[in-house]
Design a protein around this ligand. Sequence first.
Ligand code: DLZ
Ligand code: SF4
Length: 509
Amino acid sequence: ACRLGLVLGDQLSFDLSLFDALDARQDALLMAEVDAEARYVAHHPQKIALIFSAMRHFAEVMRQRGWRVIYVRLDDADNSGSLPGELCRWMEALGAEEAHITECGEWRLEQALKGCGLPLVWHPDRRFLCSREAFARWAGGRGHLRMEHFYRGMRKRSGLLLEPDGSPLGGAWNLDAENRKALPRGLRGPFPRRFEADAITQEVLALVRARFSDHYGSLESFDYPVTHAEAQALWLHFLDFSLAAFGDYQDAMATDEPFLFHARISAALNIGLLDVRQLGADVEEAYRRGRVPLNAAEGFIRQLIGWREYVRGIYWLRMPEYAELNAFGNHRPLPEFYWTGTTDMRCMAQVIGQTLELGYAHHIQRLMVTGNFALLAGIAPKAVCEWYLAVYLDAFDWVELPNTLGMAMHADGGYLGSKPYCASGRYIQRMSDYCKGCRYRVDESTGPRACPFNALYWHFLMRHRDRLGSNPRLAMVYRNLLNMDEPRRMALWLRGEELLAQLDAGEAL
Ligand code: DLZ
Ligand code: SF4
């Protein structure tokens, strides 16, 4: 009897350990487009299109490589609508003795598959440098986890950007302090690398248009790599035209510049079209050849082998209870303008607008604009997490949940980040040109024209003084708050109350 290997939509890598365990001459692979995965949150239509198109391209290549691939399309008549359902159906149809699966990216799906009563053989996902077990061992001996310590260990283990004696190239492990420059006036990102939809993608776009028109987000501007070769082209374009400036302007934001010097490879990487080890080696080589400065190379590598692996480790260490955390006890629903972009706050309109248009925003836009607003406004973390999971093409629970619930919303009580990333409008003004064309005044905090971020920032600090007041990293802002005269504090509180009441009344700000 044969064995059946299940390949999920975010596991499109040729070197999955699963393929070593199976034999192309007698075993079969199963890939399935299913409603359950496409609808467990209202994914951006481009995200569904990306995954279906990449799955179909991948299945083609695996067939050319000699595999028997059972490919279930979303509109196939007998499609049961879920991955456990399809696995059961095909195990029975083939009389297969075992199903082989690579560890899932999401706890939810792994539980569902484990619960379906089939003989399953699990394989580790070796596309990550740090296995779940290795992370748990690293975390085990420590009371307090720090990304920076993890990152240093990963630099040593991977050998990236090291002197021959094992010390960091350039003398420091982390050059983040050099990576917070505002964008000089008139500087723009390079021309983007574009991708044309081939026949497979066209067919998928038509399917998604017909079936998912109820999901928020545009499908028209779909322009994303769907094969390994296209993903590689996007990566080379980044190495040639963006990496050199990536470090300096990593935190900068500019009107109608959705990408600036960011690689936008995260979606391709997270579904398996690119390989972490290769990306790290390429960035190191670009530095050693003198093509990019060290702060750019280090900054990129830190995201890749530091943050990315760290949040995945935390996810598997703390699930499932992590998803339920809500340290501030927030219950306010997500404002409707997160789904439409209709707000007078220009920074929010810009970031939400490009998100609906492209399924993309870079990390500072996510953390310091939409995330910061949700934190200050006390939105329920679950609703915020669901939004991020739905609207970003690169979002899978393992990466989205720690980043949103932990880092942006501080809902884990400071497990992931020692201080909440709360900021007033001043931060957005410093790092972008958004405020210039805004109806609100960033230099005012009270009164109807005042930037909502300002009063909400102080309101947030006042209402959570019990929890945050003793945090040494917030000592200075609390000192500023205490040094204000009472009428000023009261005015900020009332303006904050007014803004929150507007949100509760369903009004856009
Ligand atoms: C995100 C997604 C979507 C939209 N559709 C599918 C699908 O139809 N079939 C599939 O195998 N995978 C899909 N995925 C990716 C899965 O949701 C992903 O594998 C899990 O979230 C685990 O990371
Ligand atoms: Fe955003 Fe406030 Fe600046 Fe307007 S003034 S763009 S709301 S930070």
